[in-house]
Write a protein that binds this ligand. Structure first.
Ligand SMILES: [Fe+2]
Length: 384
């Protein structure tokens, strides 16, 4: 019995290691089909690998001089030993650290209002996307949208920007599911809050070229008083990204790409930077950016936060990770397509002088969410 328990714990440790590798692999700009094959193989290895090790252990027989001491068997025994130790020591410690993680001190206040789109419409806006049957599953939290208001303190913020509002939208993934009425309900709620000074869209707008047609009726209704800025993400990269950019520009949305511009907002300069790496190249060159000016970075993946900190970015807005979409109680996220695995899965972080907010996104290609509501973020800047 104890043997089986130890074996299962080693299996858990092995699964954690493989998931970290998978997460890191998914942060790379790999070909989609290659990624699918890699995911399938990793999935098989997560489940079958330990059985193979178990088979090998069965070969360890001190009387069998052929098998004894085989490098392969010893290496696997060592790996399973490390996996077991990870599961009983490191995993609980990591979980405790994550649970005890405090919000950054410059996040002055966070409040959430939930928009239950199913309740508003009187039915589930399942739509007609490829995986629409998933959207109908009873435990799915796909239609409960968190409107999160974050008051973020910025040292030496220009007095004119006290209370400046930024509406941050991310990862719409227009694909048919959720249906258009879901996004219409979200837009209505955004409009209810009144105009925002800036609207920021941090990528993954579409998942099929057909749904470029949704950009105008949905995103075209949300305009920042001082501008609307967008970048593209990996899912736009896989589609007709030029057509997405053209459509956004037609709507007077500034598509930054991997560039920056310095604009005057309420009379004060702000440098707004786009970062679509690692999918679009070359990355932003900030050499000529004015110094001493507030820098806002819109980056699809939060993986560039250390780069942002090195460039003196005060506020960075990202999406991409979707909070992991399926979260376990206590443990949290599992699959997060990031080089840092689960570290920046969702929420607000302070990295050196940079405040990073990772939005969970409004949609997703696979319409499944558990303990991970979709999200719209409203950021209010305050001088501290
Ligand atoms: Fe996404």
């Amino acid at each position: 019995m104890l043997d089986i328990l130890m074996f299962l714990l080693a299996w858990l440790g092995h699964a954690c290691f493989m998931m970290v590798l998978l997460n890191m692999a998914y942060s790379m700009p790999w070909d989609r089909n290659f990624r699918k094959v890699f995911r399938l193989l990793m999935g098989l290895w997560i489940f079958l690998g330990p059985l193979y090790y178990y088979y090998l252990f069965g070969q360890i027989n001190p009387l069998n001089t052929h098998a004894r001491g085989t490098v392969l068997i010893l290496a696997h025994a060592l790996y399973m030993g490390i996996s077991f130790t990870f599961a009983i020591v490191a995993l609980p410690l990591i979980t405790i650290v994550r649970l005890r993680r405090k919000p950054p001190k410059n996040l002055l206040r966070e409040t959430t209002e939930v928009l239950d789109v199913e309740q508003v419409l009187g039915h589930k806006p399942v739509g007609d996307g490829k995986y629409h049957f998933l959207a109908d599953l009873p435990f799915n939290m796909l239609f409960k949208v968190d409107f999160t208001t974050l008051r973020i303190g910025i040292p030496n913020l220009p007095a004119e920007w006290e209370g400046l509002t930024i509406l941050h939208l991310s990862d719409m993934h227009f694909i048919g599911t959720p249906g258009k009425e879901y996004f219409d309900a979200i837009v209505e709620k955004c409009l209810e809050y009144g105009p925002h000074d800036l609207v920021v869209i941090s990528g993954d707008i579409i998942d099929t070229n057909k749904h470029i047609a949704w950009i105008e009726p949905i995103l075209g209704r949300l305009k920042g008083t001082h501008g609307t800025y967008a970048i593209l993400g990996n899912h736009d990269w896989w589609q007709d990204s030029d057509a997405v950019r053209s459509k956004l520009r037609e709507l007077n949305i500034t598509v930054l790409g991997n560039n920056w511009e310095t604009v005057k907002i309420k009379g004060q300069p702000m440098t707004i930077i786009g970062n679509e790496q690692p999918w679009f190249h070359p990355g932003p060159d900030l050499f000529a950016a004015p110094s001493g000016v507030f820098k806002l970075l819109i980056s699809h993946t939060p993986d560039y936060v250390y780069w942002a900190a090195s460039k003196g970015v005060q506020l960075m807005l990202s999406g991409h990770n979707h909070g992991g979409q399926l979260r376990l109680p206590i443990f949290g996220s599992i699959f997060v397509p990031s080089w840092y695995s689960r570290r920046f899965d969702m929420g607000t972080f302070a990295v050196k002088g940079t405040m990073l907010h990772v939005n969970r996104g409004m949609g997703s290609k696979e319409p499944l969410r558990f303990l991970c509501n979709p999200q719209v973020s409203r950021i209010l800047l305050e001088r501290i």
